[in-house]
Design a binder for this molecule. Structure first.
Ligand SMILES: Nc1ncnc2c1ncn2[C@@H]1O[C@H](COP(=O)(O)OP(=O)(O)OP(=O)(O)O)[C@@H](O)[C@H]1O
Length: 258
């Protein structure tokens, strides 16, 4: 296990977790999980209940692990406030308020991230532009389509140009066309040096976005490495079909099927 994680040299590790355990009463959501993230998109795969959301929350410092450490470029994170200021986070349920106008909502998100009153208009305009919502600045969020609300979720997560972007199942509930738009929006919204973790159980997301892959199962990290390494865990089939699915299935355990 973790062959890919070992191949991620510490010099290139900008964010990650070290031996993180999260315990809820008698349930172990994460069991001594370690991973090192790099600039680019890492897709976090796992079945329902594997621990994906828990890992996302821990990385975003929205939740404290029972044991273990969150890592930043300077080493273990000790100052949660400044860590949160450099993290963009899109939880499973986008934190939007239907009655607000998109621009006002982003202004509020930028204020929460400590962007000054002077810099906020530019930050908001850029976030709207990067997510293709420039024309929707004055629209009430309740009138936007599901796909637009998801893009607005990305906009609030990137409004402060975070170093680490954590997206928890952002493609769930989007129809195929909305997903295509979402992929394009995300690619356009990311800076080259942004460290992005995207959790999903949609294997399509891997082919569209992943440079690296993590697989969690039953709270344990089963695989961490480059997409090519992940795919190489199973043989190619003559028609080239279903390789991501087979590579994913190969990492799963009976334990996680419970
Ligand atoms: N606040 C909580 N209290 C108790 N148990 C929890 C809590 N949050 C998560 N769990 C449990 O921890 C385990 C991991 O949950 P988590 O939500 O991280 O998984 P997931 O991979 O994101 O699943 P899904 O794809 O269904 O969202 C599950 O067994 C879940 O029931």
């Amino acid at each position: 296990m973790l062959d890919g994680a070992r191949s991620t040299t510490p010099e290139r590790c900008t964010f990650g977790v070290d031996e993180v355990t999260v315990q809820y009463d008698d349930r172990t959501a994460l069991d001594e999980v370690s991973c090192a993230l790099e600039p680019g998109v890492t897709v976090l795969l796992g079945r329902n209940g594997a621990g994906k959301s828990t890992l996302c929350r821990v990385l975003a410092s929205a939740e404290q692990p029972t044991r273990g450490r969150v890592l930043g470029p300077e080493g273990p994170v000790t100052d949660l406030r400044s860590h949160r200021a450099r993290v963009g986070w899109l939880p499973q349920t986008p934190p939007v308020a239907a009655h607000m106008r998109a621009g006002d909502y982003l202004d509020y998100a930028a204020w929460l991230k400590g962007i000054s009153r002077r810099d906020r208009p530019r930050a908001v305009a850029e976030a709207l532009e990067r997510t293709g919502l420039g024309a929707r600045r004055g629209s009430r969020i309740g009138t936007l389509s599901g796909g637009m609300v998801r893009r607005l979720g990305i906009a609030q997560a990137i409004v402060h140009r975070p170093s680490l972007l954590v997206l928890d199942e952002p493609t769930v509930g989007l129809d195929p066309e909305q997903r295509v738009q979402f992929y394009a929006t995300l690619r356009g919204a990311l800076d080259a040096d942004t460290v992005t973790l995207l959790s999903t159980h949609l294997l399509e997301d891997v082919g569209e976005l992943a440079e690296r892959v993590l697989v969690l199962d039953a709270g344990r990290m089963r695989f961490a490495g480059a997409l090519e390494t992940f795919l190489a865990t199973v043989p190619a089939s003559p028609d080239g079909d279903g390789r991501i699915r087979r590579a994913f299935m190969a990492q799963l355990t009976d334990e996680g099927a419970a």
